[in-house]
Design a protein around this ligand. Structure first.
Ligand SMILES: Nc1ncnc2c1ncn2[C@@H]1O[C@H](COP(=O)(O)OP(=O)(O)O)[C@@H](O)[C@H]1O
Ligand SMILES: [Mg+2]
Length: 293
């Protein structure tokens, strides 16, 4: 199948429709963590969410789709294992290439690999073929997307059951995410996305962003944006953030727990340890109610 035809075939098969309840079929629920802009927190969020789901006893795989600028191993403070090229060439199997820690599995990618740079990679085709082979082995597969709105990344986003669009209060992040949602909607017929607002400084700022994003998406794209919650900006030194991300005693951890509670409630139909804060609104109506009263 040629690169272009991967997207076309999926469109013809109506594979881009949301598949809520897919878990019942024994297949993994796929989640793309995406954004238009880089540096908004996709990799941090992908790994933390995967860790939290795996701690609930669910079997989770993270696939680093930023295939030659991989950061996942660095975030986890692990020695780099860049077998992605060997997996693509067929020299190693999937099992040989993944890092495993209990229920948490990770397929990292490469970092500036020269051979990989020279190859004509059809990432979307490769990832979709891989998903088809392994989706019955996992409960969740989290796809950590690269930045930007290239066709291959968009095809992977559109194929996923859920898209967690990550924005920060930066105006360019909001604009870029809107562009991403627009392309997904106009080119792939995607009608629903989930929003995570990262690096927020105040509740008022969070509410403002949720309102702007929700109203713009709903009014101009006839597309629905479900609000997953917000993550507070951690003002400690940049190198401390990665450590605090996995520290369960920090406020940061609670922000993620709220997002996970909301997500498991929606995707699996159960919810535990819910401790919603003001940074969590389920839908625009909740938010409007809050703003108007
Ligand atoms: N809530 C947050 N508070 C402070 N720094 C953050 C937060 N989320 C992410 N970061 C930092 O932002 C930078 C980019 O994060 P990363 O997860 O690599 O983003 P992306 O994958 O979107 O490029 C990293 O230095 C990370 O530590
Ligand atoms: Mg990243």
């Amino acid at each position: 199948m040629s690169n272009n035809s991967a997207g076309n075939w999926l469109l013809s098969q109506n594979k881009f429709a949301n598949k809520i309840g897919k878990k019942l079929s024994g297949k993994a629920i796929t989640v793309s963590v995406t954004s238009g802009k880089g540096g908004v927190g996709k990799t941090s969020i992908s790994i933390k969410i995967a860790k939290l789901l795996s701690e609930k006893g669910l079997k989770v795989l993270v696939i680093d789709c930023d295939y030659n600028l991989s950061n996942t191993f660095i975030k986890l403070n692990l020695p780099i294992k860049d077998d992605f090229n060997l997996l693509i060439s067929g020299a190693k199997t999937f099992e040989e290439c993944i890092y495993q820690e209990g229920n948490f599995h990770l397929l990292a990618a490469c970092s500036g690999d020269l051979d990989l740079f020279d190859r004509d990679i059809h990432l979307d085709q490769f990832i979709l073929n891989l998903l088809i082979q392994i989706e019955d082995r996992y409960d969740f597969i989290i796809l950590d997307s690269p930045a930007g709105i290239n066709k291959q990344a968009m095809t992977i986003n559109a194929y996923s059951d859920y898209r967690f669009v990550v924005v920060t209060p930066d105006k360019s992040s909001i604009t870029d995410s809107y562009s991403l949602i627009k392309i997904l909607n106009k080119k792939y017929g995607v009608k629903e996305n989930h929003l995570i607002v990262n690096k927020i400084s105040s509740e008022a700022q969070y509410k403002r962003i949720v309102q702007i994003m929700s109203e713009t998406v709903e009014n101009f794209l006839a597309s629905r944006l479900k609000i997953m919650g917000g993550i507070t900006r951690n003002n400690r030194a940049i190198d401390i953030f990665d450590r605090e991300l996995f520290d369960q005693s920090k406020d940061l951890h609670n922000d993620f727990c709220n997002i996970i509670s909301r997500f498991t409630e929606e995707s699996l139909g159960y919810c535990d340890d819910r401790h919603y804060t003001n940074l969590n609104y389920g839908c625009v109506d909740d938010l409007k109610h809050e703003v108007l009263n």
